[in-house]
Design a protein around this ligand. Structure first.
Ligand code: 3H9
Length: 697
């Protein structure tokens, strides 16, 4: 293996190349190679300037995240950057690709910065539950305005080269695309102009008033909702503003080390790697996806229109089938509205919008128009008969090799595939509403689905900017099956004593954007009601079925759309207000069932919610519906609002300990022996002293 850092000296310019694919992360070998080269160059009387750049597609994308959680190895990055900054030879960071985290900090420790026009810059540590720990919080506000530094550090968002130049983060945008040559030319100009080192730490912090700083802290704290890293970022910035550089650096280090020890950091790094692993499944390794350029969508309701929007935004040609002209016109309007939303948010240009509506999208009333489609996704009414009828028709019309997909949320894809003579081409593509916004896509693999159809599902997800997760066939697949389980547990919790409002508060404090009952009101209570009715014939008589949700629907309370659900919604008001009528319905059911309500703390509620989620997830992994615990985590994080900083239910279970979860389940089992049956996999892992993460491979 060649050295990850090499130096050449050309006409008085020492050129240090970082070569640690794929993203030039600052591994121990890179750190030691870098500092050795800088020392050697600085000691060399023939070197007038130093250029640091990255080989391959990017400058340094940050510290090596794989090293986190392991014993730290010297040389550490913060003193390395300080030493670089102190050299007497002017140093130029030549940037391309993404200069992120420790990479941008290395650039800030260099004396000058030049970048390609396509380069992007950011301090994304906050997304890993950390703060920039190699001087980023101290140097950045010395270079760009404090408010902008706060924004970059607490959001982790990247900025482009033009903005970086305007802010003063870089000195020049290089012409062309040869960053090495541009760095050398810039360094030669510096030498010619007699410019020496320009250490960032010698500059004062940019001015900011205490009122401005207080406002920044208040805003960040409010948005953080339990997340520690953004608040610590502000504490570090306050140190930059109020302390001498060296003291600020020390404070930053303390805060960084504190965050390193947190479960939040472990959870967010777990998510980083899980998101990259979720698409790596043996079944599709080396399997080429089928070509998809024309997509048929059946059904132009919220779901179908959302799917069509997503496909259009991904550059695909879309034909959407509806039943009659009026429905087709409505679908056209909905897709148009979705796309204008993208224009308003700056995600799509007006010209592109016009081009999509003119050339890429049309509606039809005739499935015969799908004869040339590479993929058809049906998003019709959730009924097996209706879907089987649709697939029978598609089988007769679509060209050989076309992929036939169902967006069903619950129904058995094997039974749908059986209506065709090409079950190998049939797959579930389960989008989440609104489909052009939500990131999750469950790729539901039926018994006979061909590997290249699975690969195509993943490729489509990527093209649409979604995160695809593989699921086997079962009622509800990974996500909705788990949701049904925890919804039942929550209903049991309400009967046992908590109110829906207690539940929502506990869930929101736990980190969800909305509690279960607020979400149900938003989605429409009639949807869950219809599903419960569908399932009623299969219901085991031993199930302790909570009736209050059905009773509330019977009162015509379907949630927000009817102005009443679990909450009452008033015109012009954003949220809902609790309603005594709902509490009365619940009280009556408790009385009828002879249940004496008990006090429930927020923690009691969350313990039950999580135990149900983890138990069902363990069954799902045990049955092979999800191949790995990480698939469950990614599903719940991207489709069900589970807080990212908790890493997903399986990571959460590992954090609190599987034994505690199992003990909780056994305690609740005394109350309801039917629902609270421990999953065999959970019992097995506890017996073996193992964690879910041990199954992630
Ligand atoms: C930090 O810097 C702390 C300091 O402040 C203080 C220290 C004291 N390390 O995403 P991709 C791998 S914290 C190790 O698919 P893309 C990744 O796992 C760090 N590995 O590509 C994947 O591996 P595999 C702050 C890393 O083109 C492969 O590279 N920096 C790292 O879609 C390709 O990644 C960040 O948080 C890393 N830092 O996106 C930046 N980064 O092929 C994190 C990536 O085995 N990285 N890998 O699956 C990113 O945001 C994206 O990877 C990037 C490229 C935008 C760079």
């Amino acid at each position: 293996m060649s050295a990850p850092v090499i130096m050449t000296v050309e006409n008085g310019i020492a050129v240090i190349e970082i070569n640690n694919p794929p993203v030039n992360a600052l591994s121990q070998a890179v750190r030691s190679g870098l500092i050795e080269c800088v020392r050697e160059a600085d000691a060399d009387g023939a070197v007038d300037a130093i250029v640091i750049y990255g080989a391959g597609r990017t400058f340094i994308a940050g510290a090596d995240i794989k090293e986190f959680g392991k014993p730290p190895q010297e040389p550490h990055l913060p003193p390395l950057i300080s030493e670089m900054e102190a050299v007497s030879t002017p140093t130029v960071a030549a940037l391309h690709g993404t200069a992120l985290g420790g990479g941008l900090e290395t650039a800030l420790g260099s004396h000058y910065r030049i970048a390609l026009a396509s380069a992007r810059f950011g301090l994304p540590e906050v997304k890993l539950g950390l703060l920039p720990g190699a001087g980023g919080t101290q140097r950045l506000p010395r270079v760009i305005p404090v408010a902008k530094a706060a924004d970059m550090i607490t959001s982790g968002a990247m900025i482009g080269a033009k903005e970086a130049l305007d802010l003063g983060l870089i000195d020049e945008i290089a012409e062309g695309d040869d960053i090495r040559a541009a760095g050398i030319a810039f360094a030669q100009d510096l030498v010619k102009a007699g410019k020496g080192p320009r250490p960032t730490n010698a500059r004062p912090c940019n001015p900011v008033t205490s009122d401005e700083m207080a406002a920044i802290r208040a805003k960040v704290t409010k948005a953080a909702r339990g997340l520690m890293a953004p608040v610590s970022c502000i504490t570090a910035l306050e140190a930059a503003v109020s302390m001498p550089f060296e003291d600020g650096l020390k404070r930053e280090r303390e805060l960084f080390m504190e965050l390193m020890q947190t479960d939040q950091r472990s959870a967010m790094i777990h998510v980083f790697f899980a998101e990259r692993k979720v698409g790596k499944i043996a079944e599709i390794e080396g399997v080429a996806p089928r070509d998809i350029s024309q997509v048929g969508v059946i059904g132009g309701g919220t779901m179908g229109s959302g799917i069509a929007t997503s496909a259009l935004l991904a550059g695909l040609e879309v034909i959407l089938a509806e039943r009659d002209d009026a429905a087709a016109a409505r679908a056209l309007e909905t897709v148009g509205k979705n796309l204008s939303g993208a224009v308003k948010r700056g995600k799509l240009s007006q010209a592109k919008y016009d081009a999509i509506m003119a050339d890429q999208f049309r509606t039809t009333l005739d499935y015969a128009d799908f004869s040339n489609a590479d993929l058809v996704i049906e998003a019709v009414f959730e009924s097996m008969e209706v879907k089987q009828d649709v697939f029978g028709k598609l089988d007769a019309i679509c060209k050989p090799g076309a992929i036939l997909a169902s967006n069903t949320s619950y129904l058995n894809i094997n039974d749908i595939a059986a209506m065709t003579k090409r079950p190998q081409d049939v797959v579930g593509l389960h989008f989440f509403s609104p489909a052009h916004v939500m990131k999750l896509l469950e790729v539901v693999v039926a018994d006979k689905t061909a590997p290249d159809v699975v690969a195509s599902g993943f490729a489509l997800g990527k093209r649409m900017g979604k995160i695809a997760v593989r699921s086997g066939v079962c009622d509800g697949f990974i996500g909705n099956r788990i949701m049904n389980a925890y919804a039942k547990a929550i209903n049991g919790t309400v009967l046992a004593g908590a109110s829906p409002y207690d539940v929502d508060r506990a869930m929101e404090n736990f980190g969800l954007a909305m509690g279960l009952f607020s979400v149900a009101d938003l989605a429409g209570l009639d949807i869950g009601w219809a599903n419960r009715k569908r399932m009623a014939p299969n219901r085991d008589p031993r199930e302790r079925y909570a009736e209050f949700a059905d009773k509330i629907c019977e009162l015509g309370r379907y949630g927000r759309k009817t102005g009443r659900g679990f909450y009452v919604y008033e015109e012009g008001k954003r949220g809902g207000t609790p309603d005594p009528e709902v509490l009365e319905v619940i009280a009556q059911e408790r009385a009828a069932k002879g249940i004496q309500p008990t006090e429930m703390s927020d923690q009691d509620i969350i313990d039950r919610y999580m135990a149900a989620m983890i138990n069902e997830a363990a069954r799902i992994v045990g049955e092979g519906i999800a191949q790995r615990p990480l698939d469950v985590d990614i599903t719940l994080l991207n489709g069900y609002g589970f807080p990212r900083w908790r890493g997903g239910p399986m990571q959460y279970a590992d954090t609190v300990g599987l034994e505690k979860v199992l003990n909780d389940i056994k305690t609740y089992q005394k109350e309801d022996d039917y629902f609270w049956q421990p999953a065999p996999l959970l019992e097995q892992l506890v017996a073996e002293g193992k964690t879910f993460s041990s199954l992630n491979g």
